[in-house]
Design a protein around this ligand. Structure first.
Ligand SMILES: [Zn+2]
Length: 195
């Protein structure tokens, strides 16, 4: 297996990576960085495992995109948008939300599942400074790819109730994107959240 060696942009400590992880974490100074051309430090959060978490632990990287949207026109049978309406402020046509998107490789259905699950119900957690020896899944999706899929998450969520939404025109702006590592354990059913 090919080993990649890079240097931490904050403290110059060598970082070795065996997987095709686009994100590099320095265990010495807790800096996360990406290398697209030059080295760029990233904002991130690492969530603490729940106390009852049992089994083999793993961290899954997500892009969490703080986004604002404005609905320009809509046609919805039954009157209400399914999800977007819950983020509208004060009966207006605009609002904001956190859009979650897995940054690791997975099939489309799993990606839909985890992105809509966490976007609909943003996870709450205490944060920690490092991974505490827990393995993390490789991040394969960069920030620009994540931003381009933010629309896909919103449309997928609105389509959860077929036949209700007839037409929806809106603009969506991703204001910032942060990497969030969420805790999971391997169970018989696959990866299970361990917050
Ligand atoms: Zn460092």
């Amino acid at each position: 297996m090919k080993v990649i060696q890079v240097k931490c942009p904050s403290c110059n400590t060598p970082i070795y990576s065996k997987e095709r992880d686009r994100l590099f974490f320095c265990d010495k100074c807790n800096t996360l960085h990406v290398r697209d051309g030059g080295a760029e430090k990233l904002e991130y959060e690492i969530a603490e495992f729940g106390k009852s978490a049992q089994g083999e632990k793993v961290y899954m990287p997500f892009w969490r995109m703080y986004s604002s949207f404005t609905i320009t026109s809509k046609s919805v049978e039954g009157g209400q948008l399914f999800r977007l309406s819950s983020w509208l402020k004060g009966g207006g046509n605009s609002g904001s939300l956190f859009i979650y998107l897995p940054a690791t490789d997975m099939d489309t259905n799993s990606m839909k599942y985890w992105s809509t699950t966490y976007t609909a119900n943003p996870p709450r957690y205490a944060t920690r400074l490092n991974f505490g020896g827990v393995r993390r899944l490789a991040a394969s999706m960069n920030r620009e790819e994540a931003k381009s899929l933010a629309d896909f998450v919103v449309v997928t969520m609105e389509a959860e109730k077929p036949g209700v939404l007839q037409r929806l025109d809106y603009s969506l702006t991703v204001n910032d994107a942060k990497v969030v590592y969420l805790p999971f354990v391997y169970t018989q059913g696959g990866l299970t959240p361990a917050l």
